[in-house]
Design a protein around this ligand. Structure first.
Ligand SMILES: C[S@@+](CC[C@H](N)C(=O)[O-])C[C@H]1O[C@@H](n2cnc3c(N)ncnc32)[C@H](O)[C@@H]1O
Length: 354
């Protein structure tokens, strides 16, 4: 007799396990920070860099009032609060900050942050999604002994078996973005729901004055897909088997190149698609003024407190830009309207704002 419940595709199983009534993200009072460390938790320099990016978007849009900042999939709203705290007073006074999250608003959050379950309409400014898309559940496909790509089915205890052949829009997505050659055991995560989620989040900027949408995530592009996929679990800071029972996070790296194209494909002539950029976090953060330079030793004797502060800053910057760590994350910068993404990443020395 089988134990462990019904067999379902990974998308439905992970959707329930993460976002169902007793799902991991709905019930964990400790929030995401209790289970893993995102760039937001690693150092306040991250919120500082995002605030600097918001200032550059503000300039590109001609200093609108209000200026919007949307922290998409906000966790406990730490980034929205950090960005407000890091903005120059004049910009902060014009900024409407939103946290969009399925979980409940934390009591202690800065009252200026508006808490929503869906992105607001008509955004003018910056929509920023740090580690959201990797948590949008997807189907998993695996090649069987006959060379056919089949949907992977999973039970509540994490046991897997192969289901029906992948067909329709999912098969088309695989063929275009992640072709599986006929070798038995090769796996892929079918990113279609992420493409759709991203395109609709970016569309929040269409009805407003435009700006920039940014997704930051573990990612891969067509040039280097992982042959066996990346589906994994996280519990209390450790990587674990992905088991869809609500006890752990379930995540898979994101095909960000597909997400970028999904937005462009959805664009009507009115929303004139502009060029998206895909850059590693270490490059983007350097362009936004995050450097790992250590303070001069002499400062330790002349101003010990400043030396300790500068040292903490340098180690935070090193963590955010580290190879093999957070520095390997990818940033997708998707402009909407009169914004040139490349121009936003000018050298920090040319930036007079902060
Ligand atoms: C890995 S956490 C990242 C939290 C935060 N952005 C950070 O970087 O620390 C992912 C968050 O996305 C939220 N989330 C997932 N799908 C969402 C959706 N459609 N709308 C709002 N929040 C969502 C989850 O509840 C979870 O808090």
């Amino acid at each position: 007799m089988e134990t462990g419940g019904e067999w379902r595709g990974w998308r439905e199983a992970a959707q329930d396990a993460l976002y169902g009534p007793v799902g991991f993200y709905r019930t964990a009072p400790e929030g995401p920070a209790g289970h893993f460390r995102t760039s937001v938790h690693a150092s306040p320099l991250f919120a500082g860099a995002v605030a600097r990016l918001l200032c550059r978007v503000d300039e590109a849009l001609g200093r609108p009032d209000p200026l919007d900042f949307v922290d998409m999939a906000a966790g406990r709203g730490e980034l929205a609060a950090g960005v407000l705290a890091a903005l120059p007073a004049e910009v902060a006074a014009r900024t409407r900050a939103y946290a969009v999250e399925v979980a409940a608003r934390p009591e202690e959050l800065d009252r200026r942050v508006r808490w929503l379950a869906e992105p607001p309409d008509g955004v003018t400014g910056l929509l920023f999604a740090n580690e959201w898309l990797d948590n949008v559940p997807v189907e998993v496909a695996e090649v069987d002994a006959a060379g056919v790509a089949r949907r992977v089915l999973v039970r509540g205890d994490g046991a897997e078996r192969l289901g029906e052949p992948v067909a329709g829009a999912e098969a088309e997505w695989l063929a275009r973005w992640w072709p599986l050659t006929g070798e038995e055991g090769l796996r892929a995560e079918i990113g279609l729901p992420r493409d759709e989620a991203w395109a609709s989040a970016v569309a929040a900027l269409d009805g407003g004055g435009g700006g920039l949408a940014v997704a930051v995530d573990y990612a891969h592009t067509a040039a280097a897909r992982p042959p066996f996929g990346t589906l994994t679990g996280f519990r209390e800071g450790r990587e674990t088997e992905p088991v869809p029972d609500g006890s752990c996070d379930i995540t898979a790296h994101v095909a960000l190149d597909a997400c970028a194209t999904a937005r462009t494909a959805r664009c009507t002539p009115e929303c004139a698609p502009s060029d998206a950029l895909l850059r590693p976090q270490r490059e983007v953060l350097r362009a936004l003024g995050v450097t790992g330079a250590r303070p001069p030793l002499a400062l330790a004797s002349t101003d010990p407190a400043a030396y300790v502060r500068a040292l903490a800053g340098a180690s935070g910057a090193a963590e955010l830009t580290a190879r093999g760590g957070l520095g390997d994350f990818w940033w997708l910068l998707q402009p909407v309207g009169p914004v040139d993404a490349e121009g936003l990443l000018v050298d920090v020395a040319d930036d007079e704002e902060q």
